[in-house]
Ligand binder design. Structure first.
Ligand code: ATP
Ligand code: LTN
Length: 352
């Protein structure tokens, strides 16, 4: 249900109401279509996005403009864009409840990012961990977009006045800079942007690589034997878990500082089974690492294999996916263009 209210800036706006008649808070998140998604993306972000969709007015984007900050093969980018959309839906995100769209379909993102650039300092961007990591990884292509990545992300979030942003812990720094930019703008002009809160999973906010568990499992890492993709078949999943690094004790105990490999496996197991850490420790007391790794692999494949089937089913119906994206882009544009118009007015852009 929608109705018009006056927000604190005296602008007429549409809000979605919960069944109880209260205005729902807005939620924003996005995933880059840079490769097949990993169980890290699922545990760190998508799981929370699915769980929160009823309570919030959700906007979920496929962040293809972020993706091009690292060189992409055009045909792959196009394919991955629909694959992320289909995966969102296969995981349970309902396009009737949420706005699902592709970032480049709403031009306001690039436009607001340009404005926000003038409220962001070069030094702040140079300090971003992800920028430093990706610059080291792609030393031949340290482009302006890579450096500007967090400003585009701030534009994404602020356009939709998102109250909450469910992401993995690696995005915390970007969330903090989004809050700083929003506050800076609000202080210079008048309250315009909602200052968003990051929402991170209690367990699994940073799933580690299976071979180097202190490093984030990443969908675009060069060596993929420690990365479990949601698209891996059951045998591949089991093989990857069989090779997972553990330690020289033989105790299944959650202790991320001293036992990063085993703790990472416990986090993955709890995320895929819904069991608690304590239950898991009890369940596997006295069990050897080999059997435990097999059990984790089984739990993962049990969930991911049906997801793959559903994703494939959705991908076979391009007309339906296109209709979801068209509707999503129209809904997103309505909200985004209204925020952008407000920003343009405040900063003194002459309006026709
Ligand atoms: P890339 O390797 O291409 O940089 P990525 O694997 O980090 O990509 P993103 O598209 O950047 O994936 O992230 C999508 C979401 O998944 C974000 O919310 C991010 O925080 C989360 N995420 C990514 N990797 C992990 C991980 N290993 N553990 C928990 N959350 C993760
Ligand atoms: N940078 C994010 C993807 C992303 C995003 C966003 C997440 C782009 N725009 C807005 C939350 C809100 C990442 O996960 N690497």
């Amino acid at each position: 249900r929608q109705m018009c209210i006056r927000d604190r800036c005296n602008i007429m706006e549409e809000v979605t109401l919960s069944p109880e008649g209260q205005a729902k808070k807005a939620l924003y998140s996005a995933v880059q279509p840079t490769n097949a998604l990993t169980i890290g993306n699922y545990i760190g972000a998508i799981r929370n996005m699915v769980a929160m969709q009823d309570e919030y007015n959700c906007y979920f984007a496929v962040a293809n403009m972020h993706a091009i900050t690292v060189r992409q093969v055009p045909a792959e980018l196009r394919k991955n864009t629909l694959a992320v959309l289909a995966l969102y839906m296969a995981c349970g995100i309902d396009p009737k409840k949420c706005t699902l769209y592709v970032q480049s379909h709403v031009p306001c993102h690039a436009e607001l990012a340009w404005v926000l650039n003038t409220f962001t300092y070069v030094g702040e961007m140079e300090r971003m961990t992800q920028f430093k990591d990706k610059s080291a990884k792609h030393a031949d292509n340290i482009n302006m977009g890579l450096m500007d990545y967090p400003v585009l992300m701030a534009a994404d979030i602020l356009l939709y006045k998102a109250d909450v942003v469910p992401v993995g812990i690696d995005q915390r720094q970007h969330l903090e800079i989004t809050r700083d930019i929003a506050t800076r703008f609000n202080n210079i002009y008048s309250p315009t942007f909602v200052v968003p809160e990051g929402v991170y999973p209690k367990v699994g906010a940073k799933i580690g690589d299976l071979l180097e568990p202190t490093k984030k499992m990443s969908k675009s890492s060069e060596i993929q034997t420690g990365t479990v993709f949601l698209s891996d078949d059951k045998d591949t999943v089991l093989r990857k878990f069989r090779r997972a690094v553990t330690d020289s004790e033989n105790e299944i105990r959650y202790d991320p500082d001293n036992k990063p490999g085993v703790s990472n496996l416990i986090s993955i197991y709890t995320a895929f089974t819904g069991k608690s850490i304590e239950e898991t420790e009890r369940e596997f007391a006295g069990v050897g690492y080999g059997d435990f790794k097999l059990a984790v692999g089984e739990a993962v494949a049990e969930k991911t294999v049906p997801l793959q089937k559903e994703q494939a089913r959705l991908l076979a119906d391009k007309d339906y996916l296109s209709s979801v994206l068209k509707e999503g882009a129209a809904k997103a544009y309505k909200v985004a263009s209204s925020t952008l118009a407000k920003v343009y007015r405040k900063i003194g852009f002459y309006q026709l």
